[in-house]
Write a new protein. Sequence first.
Length: 366
Amino acid sequence: MKKTIKTAFLAFAILALSLSCATFTKLLTSTTTTSTPSPVPLFPIFKDGRAGYIDTSGNAVIQFQFDGAGPFSEGLASVELNKQWGYVNAKGETVIKPAFDEADDFHGGRARVKVNKKYGFIDSTGKVVISPDFDDAADFSEGAAKVLKCTDKKTCMWITWNFSWGTISYPTGGEQSFIDQDGTTLMAKEYDVVNSLHQGLAAVEVGKQWGYIDKTGTLIIQPKFDSASDFSEDLAAVKIGDQWGYIDKTGSLIIQTQFDVGNDFSQGLAAIKKNNKYGYINAKGAIVVQPQFDDISDFSEGLAAVKVGAQWGYIDKTGTLVIQPGFYSAGDFSQGMAPVWIKDQSGAVLKGYINNQGKYIWEPSK
């Protein structure tokens, strides 16, 4: 996960202030799987209420003409026009005409789309290859996608968030399983909750305990944890009682339960919380950055966003502040750039991009 558990929702709420409902929903429901970048790195940004794309020098490469815009993945980016989503290439040319209520990033040649409140998948030509029959679905990860259906046998409970511009709802419960890229169900057994695959394993809930399965649904690590996170860098955070530690792929506890929060490993470090402050540990469980921050994110390109008081900045792996706190919110670095948000005098939230020196590549705008 990119933000700590505490502020995952807050980060999305900040984005919601400046993006359309459909854009925000798309970001909310995406997984943390890293997308393949465009051959020429391009980044979505708003200017005067219209979305376009800039390069790493801050030049507008695709003009500001869309109602919403997503990141590039596998050479295509989702864009919104008149409440419908389609895809453009790095030249800004329409490759897939806007025809979907939502459209997500491509992963392994498949992109999740929403049509009439149901989810399915398209290929890079826009052909529907898996019919929109699901009440919820995650992006493909390692050749499999988690899907959910609400049925008479297994009903759903809907979680609703209300915002000034509208309402977002998503289901929990239902029948959850994996499908392959042709839409074939891979799992023969059902579980109460199924997460996406990461490093060959997926966390599942059985009763009130969590374990791990492979893509066929076979239990690899028996349910014995009170909560469980995804595997990353061969370790996964698990909760026993009210404390978090880390296990390996055999289910053995490698880092003893001792943290109030444990995030996924990224670039050799994992964010943890102790005594109401956040810091970082290495793969041996040693604290390498003392818990001192009010919130933090995972490392990307050697830097991590941290919150000091009400402002966000960035540290390096020694814990040194290399970009001073001054942002309302801050995202991960990619291709040498990171999105940041500030508030103007009216309270409006503006988005810009900085480089790894903290200098603006694109001044905050909306």
